[in-house]
Design a protein around this ligand. Sequence first.
Ligand code: ADP
Length: 387
Amino acid sequence: MARIELRDVFKSYGNHAHVIRDVNLDIGNNEFCVIVGPSGCGKSTLLRMIAGLETMDSGDCLIGGQRMNDVAPAQRGVSMVFQSYALFPHMTVFENMAFGLRLSKVPIDQIMQRVGEAARILQLSNLLDRLPKALSGGQKQRVAIGRAIVREPGVFLFDEPLSNLDAALRVQTRFEIAKIHRDFGRASTVYVTHDQVEAMTLADRIVLLNTGEALARDGSVAQCGTPLELYHRPCNQFVAGFIGSPKMNFFPGTLVSATAECAQVQLAQGIVVQARVNALSLPEGSAVTLGLRPEDASVGHQVQHLTCTVQWQERLGESTYLYLDSGSSGNPWVLKTAGNSFARTGEHIAMTLPAHHLHVFDSLGRAMHRTVANQDLSLSKPVSNAA
Ligand code: ADP
């Protein structure tokens, strides 16, 4: 019923470069698809094109198998929740939630029943007579979500719905959105965010859009896959750097030699390290970049390691992040250690670079395939993990 297909979609504003470039997506019934990327990469534009609030320069948008290019927003069977809530200030919570149903001439008893049920799910039952100005930010966003639910759409569209909420409310509302998607079994959800944690925790599938920095293909799809696919098998350096917090560490180097399963790379610091990769097809002498996630490094001399100077540390309780001097290679490297570990600023430590955790990228940022131990990356997140 609510499958969404985007085919060969392009969009630019005025004479500017493409904001959306050659996007092809097929979002299935009941799928939770998160469109993520840095600010300005075109996420909202893409969502608004599905909603019918923005035109496409070329390409097609199909919902439930029907071409929607010329169909008005109200006729597309979609409900959209905006970052800014977009509530009518002079209407009560009940009236805000009932507004779309009244316009569609739904009988009053059905309106009462649907609004009552949505209010119960969203814990708004005792707030139905209030005006928006008498609500907290979290309550306003729940009203906006309720207004979307009561229309019983085939497609839910969320545009950065949590951005205006504080940290605790963000987690709670994230969980509610995941539950709503699960409970409205047939509806598909497309959710836009710049926050990779929201993307990782909510998505069945993530669509990460490129920006201008990434291979000069802004507005195109950098990678589309399950959260764990993007995390463990990023297809390029941009994806690797965007997914994961703190970011993946990068080490520039030169390919010394390569066998069927292993690349030997000389780093700028002079040491040669091994990285497990499949069928590397780069000539010796090629410039490459190694990538290592902060949690995959550790302190110790047992395996290949770099000696680094601690610049500062962040103690989070359950873990400690050590920020290490990366020499001339830009941002400090980050190493995640146990919460009770301690290192002094200025202290020299050995950061291990385990061969089976290193990613290898060529000079264009493309990832060489790693040999990863048996991991099922196809599984989407169960709702119980979404908080
Ligand atoms: P995101 O949601 O990823 O932050 P948007 O889709 O809002 O990005 O915008 C993508 C790019 O298109 C930005 O550079 C933005 O300035 C530009 N843009 C968005 N809407 C318009 C508009 N109506 N007119 C001109 N430029 C726009």
